[in-house]
Design a protein around this ligand. Structure first.
Ligand code: M6R
Length: 599
């Protein structure tokens, strides 16, 4: 959620490095920002409510320092304001922190009894207070950090400067990502690798309950007992984050347009022939597939559930990771748990994965970010090749997830002989043509812009569908509400009349997709029910339907395995243009962050 950057150098001015890193990470959390550095041994702290560009304006011109830490915040404890922004300084300690200190209120009370006074409502200030308390008590930084890890519940990636240790940054990590980069005479700290890629590709990954002592030329990493660890230096292999929107006004539009290549790139290794398809893992020993994810990634799982059950006769359950981690999971060695995540850092998904691993059951992941926390723990990972997704609203990651799951399910169908080889070959052929199949939709933006013009002033919008189309309705609805702030709900088409239809009034927009010839007539009847009550309906379908009572958005007839890709793009574009008409901050919608690293 929040972003951390730190740097210490022998000669280089680290302030531009910190600002640069914050700008790269800003899409992850952007309600406030802050930076602290030492100027002639004096601690300077700058904080602002708002974006990094505001912070930049606040920093003294020609500021120069060899050591500093910085943060971009997504508020957890305490409202969005300058006081609650990081860094937080208490006594000798200045920290930036990602995560949540869950027992902060008990700790606060104890520290207050010892005379500490706090200015903010942030749990991070309490963490700084606790570190200061132990540092004063033990006069030893290792003991201070080890004691801190024992006393604190929750998640933390902490980057810390200490007043009387001017050339060193300390880091502490549990359940929130943190890496340490190195290059000649300069060390870097970040919550995410892209923040430091301009300066180095070599970095160490901190694991839970590890801490580090970082100077310009030396990085020492310790376990929770203070033993020095011999960590492997990694070299970044992924693509570098581009801040270039190209010809597009927003990252979201750019990422929607990129889908024809990102889908193809993701499935490319598996679609040439049956041998390629069978490079995908063999799932035949499992009696049940569980899919666990959050948000849009969970919606990709819902599309997969339909395909698993319908075409491979394999039971598939889909869980929200935030629920899964606290419920009875009925796990056994005949269950495969599939985790889906773009960032690979989502706290709930990560915790659910750890739970399955503790139960010693098999795990497989569909992940976009290589070497992410989730990717590192999974038994097996299939990577989506969506590239870096910057817009908070997920688009190209979703279609890459759905496409990869679809070919995985197709391979399963082949092994189970639940679809004839001849048909599988035809579907593979369609997948190979996916770029040209998607082109007409991506080129037809005017249609979606016109629809957006009709709905952007509405207060409620509904999305309906059956089966696979219901899963797509859920994703379409999330896209719209997330970036345009219009209230929107998705319903199984047959369920509306059990209550929700009372909300349909004259001109309420209702979107439906009907792409399954077995049940299309049912969905269309449901659409008729709302049209009769005044709704303005839009139908995405591959059928030849003549009906003037709703607007028809025709898509090409393809196999069910490709239909989600064709159906979701109109929904993504309608959401995009609606938000644009409303002048919303499309790439950075209010209250959100790209990577949700708190539960
Ligand atoms: O990085 P993840 O795929 O694990 O993220 C999961 C959700 O937080 C994410 O899909 C979220 O719902 C998006 N903002 C939706 O557009």
């Amino acid at each position: 959620m929040c972003g951390i950057v730190g740097s210490v150098s022998t000669k280089t001015n680290i302030i531009p490095i910190l600002l640069d890193g914050l700008k790269t990470l800003e899409y992850r959390g952007y309600d406030s920002a802050g930076l602290s550095y030492l100027k002639n041994s004096k601690l300077i702290i700058n904080k602002v409510k708002g974006r990094v560009k505001e912070l930049e304006k606040n920093i003294e011109k020609d500021a120069f320092s060899n050591i500093g830490i910085a943060h971009t915040r997504w508020a957890t404890h305490g409202e969005v304001n300058e006081t609650n922004a990081h860094p937080h300084n208490v006594g000798n300690i200045t920290i930036v922190h990602n995560g949540i200190i869950e027992n902060f209120s008990k700790l606060k009370h104890k520290l207050e009894e010892k005379g500490y006074k706090f200015k903010s409502s942030s749990d991070t200030e309490i963490a700084a207070g606790l570190l200061d308390y132990y540092y004063k008590k033990y006069e030893n930084i290792d003991k201070t950090i080890q004691k801190f890890m024992k006393k604190v519940d929750g998640s933390y990636a902490i980057c810390m400067m200490i007043n009387n240790i001017p050339n060193t940054i300390y880091v502490i990590k549990k359940d929130s990502p943190l890496i340490i980069g190195t290059n000649k005479n300069t060390s870097y700290i970040a919550s995410d690798v892209p923040a430091i890629l301009k300066y180095t590709k070599n970095y160490y990954i901190l694991e839970d309950y590890e801490y580090g002592k970082i100077t310009a030329n030396n990085i020492t990493i310790y376990d929770k007992e203070g033993n020095i660890l011999n960590k492997q230096l990694k070299e970044y292999q992924g693509s570098t984050l581009t801040s270039d929107k190209g010809i597009y006004e927003h990252y979201m539009l750019k990422e929607i347009m990129e889908q024809k290549t990102t889908i193809r790139k993701t499935i490319n290794p598996y679609i040439n022939n049956i041998d390629d398809l069978l490079k995908l893992p063999d799932l035949t020993k499992y009696e049940r597939i569980d899919i666990i994810a959050c948000g849009t990634a969970m919606h990709a799982g819902l599309a997969a559930k339909y395909l698993f059950e319908e075409y491979t006769n394999t039971k598939c359950e889909v869980f929200l990771a935030s629920e899964y981690r606290y419920q009875n999971n009925f796990l056994n060695n005949k269950v495969l748990s599939i985790f889906i995540s773009q960032s690979g850092e989502t706290a709930d998904t990560l915790a659910a994965l750890k739970k399955v691993k503790e139960n010693k059951c098999d795990t497989l992941g569909i992940v976009n970010v290589k070497e992410s926390s989730i990717a590192r723990i999974l038994d097996k990972v299939l990577y989506t090749e969506a590239g870096t997704e910057i817009a908070v609203a997920s688009t190209k990651a979703y279609t890459a997830q759905v496409a990869l799951l679809s070919v995985l399910i197709l391979a399963h169908a082949y092994r189970k002989k639940s679809i004839k080889e001849e048909k599988i070959l035809k579907i593979l052929e369609e997948f190979r043509a996916v770029t040209s199949i998607l082109n007409p939709i991506l080129e037809g933006t005017k249609t979606y812009e016109n629809i957006a013009k009709e709905i952007y002033e509405k207060s409620d919008v509904f999305y309906i569908g059956r089966g696979l189309d219901y899963a797509l309705a859920m994703e379409g609805s999330l896209k719209l509400k997330e970036i345009s702030y219009i209230h929107s709900e998705a319903y199984a088409a047959g369920e509306l009349k059990h209550g929700t239809i009372s909300l349909i009034t004259k001109n309420t927009p209702v979107f439906a997709s009907a792409t399954n010839k077995k049940i299309n007539t049912k969905t269309i009847s449901n659409l008729k029910e709302v049209t009769s009550r005044g709704a303005k309906c839009y139908l995405i379908t591959d059928e030849d339907i003549q009906d003037n009572s709703f607007e028809i958005l025709k898509i090409k007839k393809v196999s069910m395995f490709l239909k989600p890709l064709l159906t979701i793009i109109p929904y993504q574009l309608i959401a995009y243009y609606t938000a644009k008409f409303k002048n919303c901050d499309i790439d950075k919608p209010r209250n959100l962050a790209k990577s949700v690293t708190v539960e």
